[in-house]
Design a protein around this ligand. Structure first.
Ligand code: SF4
Length: 323
């Protein structure tokens, strides 16, 4: 499935979250003609019946004319023949769910970022964790797919808080999640806090460590992980002032998860799909035999320990740790 992105940087946002500057993150501007923008994007991305048009950036459903925009995009979507539309928005700005359904929205990405009130306040999110719970429930009841975004290393955040947030989000049974560590972008309040020493970003190792635990939680609950880490290209990377950025962050987090598995069971060999070899042992530079198999498992003396069984145990221990 392909997503054809259309950006509305910071449009509809009634205030600014401390970490956010979507112009710096995307280097895009709000489209002048929505119809032209969507038609062009569909052409460039070779839209087909398996594609979704993604209306990203800002708080889509808080834009003054969001209904009008959505109707225009829906008309184009029907003409071009794409599968549907997805939007991203804040949990406290999910208003007319019926209108979303009637106008082709099949998927809503909710920016939760954290489920810890203290962290939401410090990040100036201006919504509560309960807003996320209510938004996810309303959308799911309407048959709309839900993706939830989480961030790690926010102001006043901790590893325990990030893991707690992952557990709380998993309870909502979203269709998918996206996780990325907080990066300090130019021209944000976080940049000011960073420069004054009042905010210390996560190290890359800490970010990889906590995200690897969060993805284990979601994998254990069979929740799809749509994206790990933040995409930056050569234009936007110059706007990252500090923080745990790595172009292969997602691969690093997945490899760290498999390393925890291999180390904790004392594997003498490991099995898994061929295309995951590098993720499981290659990137980790683990020198044990690799055998091709459908499922990931470790060979421990004369028995096999399946990754899924280990993950269940690991996640239950994480749950006990955070209480
Ligand atoms: S994080 Fe979302 S809600 Fe906050 S300012 Fe950025 S786009 Fe707006």
């Amino acid at each position: 499935m392909k997503v054809i992105p259309i950006f509305f940087p910071n449009a509809g946002c009634k205030h600014r979250c401390v970490f956010c500057n979507e112009w710096m993150a995307t280097m895009k501007t709000i489209p002048v003609s929505i119809e032209d923008e969507v038609v062009n994007a569909c052409r460039i991305y070779h839209a087909d019946e398996d594609s979704e048009i993604g209306l990203y950036g800002g708080t889509f459903t808080a834009m003054e004319n969001w209904r009008e925009i959505l109707k225009t995009v829906h008309d184009v979507a029907l003409r071009v023949g794409v599968k549907g539309i997805r939007i991203s928005t804040r949990p406290d700005e999910i208003k007319d769910v019926d209108f979303l359904v009637d106008n082709g929205v099949m998927h809503v990405e909710i920016g939760a970022q954290s489920m810890v009130e203290r962290v939401l306040v410090a990040s100036k999110r201006n919504h509560t964790a309960e807003d996320v719970v209510v938004a996810a429930r309303r959308l799911k009841e309407a048959g709309i797919k839900v993706s939830i975004h989480l961030m790690t290393g926010l102001p006043n955040d901790s590893k325990r808080d990030d893991i707690y947030s992952a557990f709380e989000v998993a309870k909502l049974r979203p269709d998918s999640v996206r996780i990325h560590p907080t990066l300090v972008l130019k021209n944000t309040e976080l940049e000011r806090l960073f420069l004054s020493g009042d905010y210390v970003p996560q190290t890359l190792d800490d970010a990889v460590d906590v995200v690897s635990d969060m993805i284990t939680i979601f994998k254990n609950d069979k929740i799809q992980i749509e994206r790990i880490g933040m995409y930056q290209d050569s234009e936007t990377i110059v706007n990252v002032v500090a923080g745990p950025y790595h172009p292969a962050f997602g691969e690093m987090a997945l490899s760290a998860m498999y390393k925890k598995f291999i180390d904790s069971v004392g594997a003498l060999g490991v099995c898994g799909p061929k295309n995951m070899r590098s993720q499981i042992i290659g990137r980790n530079r683990i020198k044990i035999p690799f055998e091709e198999s459908e499922y990931v498992c470790a060979i421990v003396r004369n028995k096999r320990v399946y990754f899924d069984d280990w993950a269940e145990l690991y996640v239950s221990r994480l749950g006990e740790l955070i209480g």
